[in-house]
Design a protein around this ligand. Structure first.
Ligand code: AMP
Ligand code: ZN
Length: 466
C-alpha cells in the first residue's frame, strides 16, 4: 500500500486517487525569464522519480508541468533585453527542456503556457466575481480572503495575527483585506495585455495554476506538487480560487512539497554570487552524478549543494558503475544460486516497502548500497557469481533504474572505438564494390595507428598491436 505525506494534514495518508489506477498530477512549472537553475532541477528530479515510481507501481499517470511565460520577472527581463516576453520565452523554453533532458528528467505529458490559457483564466475569474468571492478595484480584480473560511489551512496561517480589519489602504488602491490577492491586473502602459470583462490586463500569478490544471486534468487533482516555498501564498491561493470558483473540496487530494535547495548552506541568490544555472551545472558536472546527488535525499528534505556532497555522490555512483561493469564481464558458467534468488527477492521487497512509505529515497538507497556490497563479495571474495546470476542482478538493477534513472548499462564507446568501427564499415563497403586497393589502404592506415584487423566468419575483429 502506497502512502503519501499530505502537506495539508501534515500526515502520511494511504494513497487513494479519485479514479482507481489513474493519477492526475500537476507540478508548478518554471518562470522562463532566464535559464533554469539547480533549485528547479532539485524539484523536477524529485517529481520525476515520484512519477516514475507511480508508473512502476501500475498507475496511469497524467503529468502536467506548466510554463509561466507572463510574470513581472518576464516583463522586467524582456525590457532589459529589448525583446518581447514572447521572444524571451521562445529563447528560454527550449533551453530549459534541453537541460532537463540532459538530467534524465522525462518530459511532462502536458506543458501548458499561461499566455495560451487566457480564456480559461478569465472564465475562472468571472466565476469568482459572480459568486461574490472576488471584487473589482481601480487596478484589478482581487480575491477576498475573508469570504473563504478555510483560507490558510495548508500553510497553518494564523489568521488573527495576519489579517487586518476591514478596508485598509495597503498600497495605492483599496483592498478589503491587505492579504487579498490579484486575480487580474489591469494593464499598465507598455505591458503585454489581453482583453477582458475588466478591460485590458493580464492574469495575476496564482490564478494560472488553477486554470491550467483544470483545463487539462479537470476540477480535482490527485497530486499537486511544488517546492516548499510555494505553500504560501501560491498554493494557499490556488486552493481558495479553485474551491470557491468550482465548488469542489478538496481541490487537491494530496499536496506534496519538495525541500528547498541551498548552496553552501545559503539561499541561492544572484547577489550572493552562489546562483548556479543549469547550463553552468551541466558544463562543469556530470549530469548523472548531480541526479544521483538529488535522489539520495528524501524529497521533503532541504538539500545543501556543496562541492563535497556532489563529489561523494559521484564516488558512490562510480561504485555502482563498476559493479555493473563487473556483472557484465562475468562469464562463469553454472547454475543459479538459490541464495541469489533469496537476496533479490528480499531486496526487491525492501525497496518496495521504502518507496511505498512516502517515496523514502534514502531508505531505498541504503538497501541498494547493502545489496551492492553483497553482490560485490559474491563476485570477488567468494567468486560464486555465475553468468545466469549476473544477468538476474543486471535485470534487477535495470528495474530499479526505470525509477531512478541514474545507472548506465551501455558501455560508452571511446573516440578510438568509434573511429575504428567507422573505418571498418567503410572498408566493408569498398570491398563489396570490389575496390580492393582502397580497402587495403584502410587496413594499412589502421596498422600504422597500431590497430590490426582480423577477418573472421562472424565479421571483422580488431585489436591493438602497440
Ligand atoms: P519558479 O521558476 O521560481 O517559479 O519555480 C519553479 C519550481 O521550482 C517551483 O516548484 C519552485 O518551488 C521550484 N524551486 C525554485 N527554486 C527552488 C529551490 N532553490 N529549491 C527547490 N525548488 C525550487
Ligand atoms: Zn502553481
Amino acid at each position: 500500500m502506497l502512502s503519501i505525506h499530505n502537506s495539508l494534514s501534515r500526515q502520511k495518508e494511504e494513497f487513494r486517487p479519485q479514479e482507481p489506477g489513474k493519477v492526475r498530477m500537476y507540478v508548478c512549472g518554471p518562470t522562463v525569464y532566464g535559464p533554469g537553475h539547480i533549485g528547479h532541477a532539485r524539484t523536477y528530479i524529485a517529481f520525476d522519480v515520484i512519477r516514475r515510481y507511480l508508473e512502476f507501481s501500475g498507475y496511469a499517470v497524467t503529468f502536467v508541468v506548466n510554463i509561466t511565460d507572463i510574470h513581472d520577472d518576464m516583463i522586467a527581463q524582456a525590457n532589459k533585453e529589448g525583446i518581447t516576453i514572447f521572444q524571451l520565452a521562445e529563447k528560454n523554453i527550449p533551453l530549459f527542456f534541453g537541460d532537463l533532458d540532459a538530467l534524465g528528467i522525462r518530459r511532462a505529458d502536458f506543458s501548458p503556457r499561461v499566455t495560451e490559457t487566457i480564456p480559461e483564466i478569465i472564465e475562472l475569474v468571472q466565476l469568482l466575481v459572480q459568486k461574490g468571492f472576488a471584487y473589482e478595484t481601480e487596478d484589478g480584480v482581487y480575491f477576498s480572503i475573508d469570504r473563504f473560511k478555510e483560507y490558510g489551512t495548508l500553510s497553518r496561517l494564523v489568521r488573527e495575527k495576519q489579517v487586518g480589519g476591514t478596508r485598509v489602504q495597503t498600497d495605492k488602491y483599496d483592498k478589503t483585506n491587505p492579504m487579498d490577492f490579484a486575480l487580474w491586473k489591469k494593464a499598465k502602459p507598455e505591458e503585454p495585455s489581453w482583453d477582458s470583462p475588466w478591460g485590458a490586463g493580464r492574469p495575476g500569478w496564482h490564478i494560472e495554476c488553477s486554470a491550467m490544471s483544470r483545463k487539462i486534468l479537470g476540477n480535482q487533482l490527485d497530486i499537486h506538487g511544488g517546492a516548499a516555498d510555494l505553500m504560501f501564498p501560491h498554493h494557499e491561493n490556488e486552493i481558495a480560487q479553485s474551491e470557491c470558483a468550482l465548488g469542489i473540496h478538496p481541490f487537491v487530494r494530496y499536496w506534496m512539497h519538495t525541500g528547498f535547495l541551498n548552496v553552501d548552506g545559503e539561499k541561492m541568490s544572484k547577489s550572493l554570487g552562489n546562483f548556479i544555472t543549469l547550463p553552468q551545472l551541466l558544463k562543469n558536472t556530470d549530469a548523472r552524478s548531480f541526479r544521483f546527488f538529488i535522489v539520495l535525499s528524501h524529497y521533503r528534505s532541504p538539500v545543501d549543494f556543496t562541492e563535497n556532497s556532489l563529489e561523494n555522490a559521484k564516488e558512490s555512483l562510480q561504485r555502482f558503475d563498476s559493479l555493473i561493469e563487473s556483472l557484465q564481464e562475468v562469464q562463469q558458467k553454472g547454475p543459479s544460486h538459490a541464495e541469489m534468488d533469496g537476496l533479490l527477492q528480499k531486496t526487491r521487497m525492501a525497496i518496495k516497502t521504502a518507496l511505498d512509505d512516502d517515496f523514502n529515497f534514502p531508505k531505498c538507497w541504503a538497501e541498494l548500497f547493502e545489496f551492492s556490497r553483497k553482490i560485490n563479495s559474491f563476485i570477488h571474495a567468494e567468486q560464486k557469481m555465475t553468468e545466469t546470476d549476473a544477468q538476474k542482478v543486471l535485470a534487477f538493477l535495470k528495474e530499479i533504474n526505470s525509477v531512478f534513472g541514474v545507472f548506465e548499462f551501455e558501455v560508452k564507446k571511446t573516440d578510438l572505438e568509434t573511429e575504428v568501427n567507422e573505418l571498418i564499415a567503410e572498408r566493408g563497403r569498398l570491398r563489396a564494390q570490389k575496390k580492393f586497393a582502397q580497402a587495403d589502404a584502410i587496413r594499412a592506415r589502421l596498422k600504422e595507428k597500431g590497430i590490426e584487423l582480423m577477418d573472421s566468419p562472424t565479421g571483422v575483429k580488431w585489436k591493438k598491436i602497440h
